[in-house]
Design a protein around this ligand. Structure first.
Ligand code: PMP
Length: 383
């Protein structure tokens, strides 16, 4: 069948190619996938099952159940001091659907959105898919992959509309400092921009503290704060994300979703409300486990020839510099996969700044991580 012209050139991303290759292999230690290895807590599952028995089997409200939106507000007030009304919260089909709807609501054809490298790959297609133009901003590891104001100023044009922030970052695992974010806040104010702040890894910050961008003076009205329960509550399969945003943006997103999904799975919404209200200790416990794993992997990486790795900062990702091996990111990843059966992702799949780096997800048990590090060390010895 003939595909639309816009898809005729579409190829799988650097990330998807690795995922597809692993499916056909046996014995691979998979450090490529960005989801917690823990299953959803049984009492959260029970809350979803109870909702089904209690008759939550009809179409949901487009914006999401009030109960779920209230739980989102209470969680963010408790953890980050964010004060918001449930009227300003939208419940989405996973965190991933938020940028799609938000850009649909905000972008005019040709509007430019700054994308800080290395960036979560889907953002780029989501900007383009809604008529916008992604403007990638190169960053440097010395500045923990946060852009300086000079780097941002150089990219401003009359079409600049917005910027995407993501801290702790996927793939970098880096946490922006409050000072860095305050400087970005002044910049967005000066150029009258919106900010999509993807804070989905807010519960996993091991260096410093999480700064909620909407809490910076003057930023609430400009910020779309996106997050979800996928990572914090190990609920990737339930597909629940959420957004805090100004009312007119939320209203338009509701209209757009009425053409696309007509709301979000009712049982998942009730399970997420329960999870957000009751699991703070579990969330903390798991964050500690991720931090320990990352510290272990980081120290092992630093003992490998040609590899330099930063300390754990946040999320569950490490983004070591492998340029000392003399291999490109892609060469390193494919040779490691074929020779040592360890799967990681090439940094170059996340924009130009990622060349010379790989992404390692510390989402496996200590035993698996230990075996993967032994195999990787042996691999690096050869370069
Ligand atoms: N934002 C970032 C930065 C992510 O890493 C992910 C998941 N990998 C998402 C959003 C989407 O999460 P979800 O599974 O809730 O759609």
């Amino acid at each position: 069948m003939e595909l639309a012209k816009k898809f005729s050139e579409t190829k799988p991303s650097g990330m998807v190619r690795v995922f597809q290759a692993i499916e056909k292999m046996n014995g691979v230690l998979n450090l490529s996938i960005g989801e917690p290895d823990f299953v959803t807590e049984p009492d959260i599952v029970d809350a979803g099952a109870k909702a089904a028995k209690d008759g939550f089997t009809h179409y949901p409200p487009l914006q999401g159940y009030l109960e779920t939106r209230e739980a989102v507000c209470a969680y963010w007030e408790r953890h980050h001091g964010l004060k918001s009304s449930p009227d300003n919260v939208y419940i989405s089909v996973g965190g991933l659907h938020i940028p799609w709807l938000a850009f649909g609501a905000l972008l005019n054809p040709g509007d430019e959105v700054m994308l800080i490298e290395p960036y979560f790959t889907p953002y780029e297609a989501q900007i383009r898919g809604n008529g916008g133009v992604p403007v990638p901003i190169k960053t440097r590891e010395e500045n923990n992959f946060a852009p300086t104001v000079d780097e941002l100023e150089q990219a401003v044009t009359p079409r600049t509309r917005g910027i995407i922030l993501n801290y702790p970052g996927n793939p970098s695992g880096r946490v922006a400092t409050r000072k860095q974010l305050e400087e970005i806040a002044k910049f967005v104010e000066k150029h009258d921009m919106f900010v999509l702040s993807d804070e989905i890894y807010e519960s996993m910050v091991f260096k410093g503290q999480h700064t909620c961008f909407a809490n910076i003076d003057g930023m609430k009205e400009r910020t779309l704060l996106a997050a979800g329960v996928s990572k914090s509550h190990c609920m990737t399969g339930w597909r629940i994300g959420y957004l805090f945003a100004p009312q007119n943006v939320i209203n338009t997103m509701c209209v757009l979703s009425s053409f696309q999904t007509y709301g979000v799975n009712t049982l998942s919404q009730m399970a997420a409300a329960y999870a957000l209200n009751t699991q703070d200790e579990k969330v903390k416990e798991r964050a500690k486990i991720f931090a320990e794993r990352m510290e272990f992997v980081s120290s092992k990486l630093n003992s490998m020839k040609g590899v330099k790795c930063h300390q754990a900062e946040g999320a569950f990702y490490l983004f070591p510099d492998i340029s000392g091996t003399g291999l490109t990111s892609e060469e390193f990843v494919w040779q490691l996969l074929n020779d040592a059966k360890v799967a990681v992702l090439p940094g170059s799949a996340f924009g130009r700044t990622g060349e010379g780096y790989i992404r390692i997800a510390c989402t496996q048990s200590m035993d698996s991580l230990s075996e993967a590090m032994n195999r990787m060390k042996e691999f690096c010895r050869r370069y």
